[in-house]
Design a protein around this ligand. Structure first.
Ligand code: ZN
Length: 338
């Protein structure tokens, strides 16, 4: 098995200000985790700049040009927790370009799974508004590019926060399935189980908002009861995983209780729903550096077919009610049934 990792030095030059959790050291923690893998199984790819055409499948031109103007003028704040510095616009364009380059390389048979290891993250970026540390919706740019060539794309988002940007971009789209587990009643306060998509896209949006304190058993239950059957029914030709690790029990920005081994087990199962060469991970959140390193090492091992368990799996006995509700909505002949 070979893992293609797309990254770039400019990702540590996206500066968010002293004390900001989405900080350059996150990238180093992820790269340290990947450095524990067999070097022969990992191929490194430089993340190129995404073109205007690629970005404009998802974002209006002014959103990008306004950000580039702000960066060129020295940077500043876009919303109360989203900042840019001089190099942030280049970082954002390369963060979006990473996924596109991985698709190109995977199409050429260079690897079996891709991992976009980038900053800033992307899943909170709405089409016309940047928020939540996110400037360009990286996973959406890749999904839109794949959908434009006729692929059926499943995005599975396991970040602790709901991927509101990704959801809204594809809410009406029947060819892009969005499935999210996240902490309910938590930033960005979207992601209700009853939000199932709209119009032609009805049924292709699946939210599983877990209660605070939920642990790995909830994630496994969500996978077995909802995520896997929904993926089976949708029949994706590509599977993209929004791999945020802030559901880890040590993360300061959420209240979930997953371990790195929980993440690795479930992410491996998600990736197994795609054929080799048509599956990718996108780094989203994750703000405890040790947890990030463990998660990256465990998930990276799983991506190359190895079992590495830095921590035990976890269990808290929470989440079964909402998983049953999501199953009822999407698989029990409810409103979202296709
Ligand atoms: Zn997050």
């Amino acid at each position: 098995m070979s893992l293609l990792v797309a990254t770039h030095d400019v990702f540590v030059e996206h500066l968010t200000g002293a004390g900001h959790p989405e900080r350059p050291a996150r990238l180093g923690a992820v790269l340290d985790g990947l450095a524990t893998l067999d070097p022969d199984a990992v191929k490194w790819v430089s993340a190129p700049i995404a073109s205007d055409d690629d970005l404009q499948r998802v974002h209006p031109a002014h959103l990008i040009s306004d950000m580039e103007d702000l960066c060129a003028n020295g940077g500043g704040s876009i919303d109360p927790d989203t900042y840019v510095s001089v190099k942030s616009a280049e970082a954002a364009r390369r963060a979006a370009g990473a996924g596109l380059e991985l698709v190109k390389r995977l199409d050429q048979g260079e690897g079996e799974v891709g991992w976009s290891v980038v900053r800033p993250p992307g899943h909170h970026a709405l089409s016309d508004r940047q928020m939540g540390f996110c400037l360009i919706n990286n996973v959406a740019v890749t999904a839109a590019s794949l959908a434009a060539r006729g692929e059926r794309v499943a995005i599975v988002d396991l970040d602790a926060h709901h991927g509101n940007g990704t959801e809204s971009i594809f809410y009406d789209d029947p060819n892009v399935l969005f499935v999210s587990t996240h902490q309910g009643q938590w930033y960005p306060f979207t992601g209700a189980v009853t939000d199932v998509g709209n119009g032609q896209g009805r049924g292709a949006n699946v939210n599983i908002p877990l209660p605070a304190g939920s642990a790995g058993d909830a994630l496994r239950l969500a996978y077995d009861q909802v995520i896997e059957p929904v993926l089976d029914r949708f029949g994706p030709t590509w599977v993209l995983l929004s791999a945020g690790f802030d559901g880890h029990r040590d993360d300061p920005l959420a209240e979930l209780g997953f371990t790195s081994t929980d993440y690795a087990e479930v992410m491996a199962k998600v990736l197994a729903n795609a054929v080799p060469g048509k599956r990718m991970l996108f780094l989203e959140g994750g703000y405890d550096l040790d947890a990030l390193g463990h998660c990256t090492a465990a998930v990276g091992s799983a991506a190359i077919g190895l079992d590495h368990r830095p921590e035990e799996t976890s269990s808290a006995g929470l989440g079964s009610k909402i998983v049953a509700e999501a199953r009822s909505v999407h698989l029990g002949g409810g409103a979202g049934d296709l």
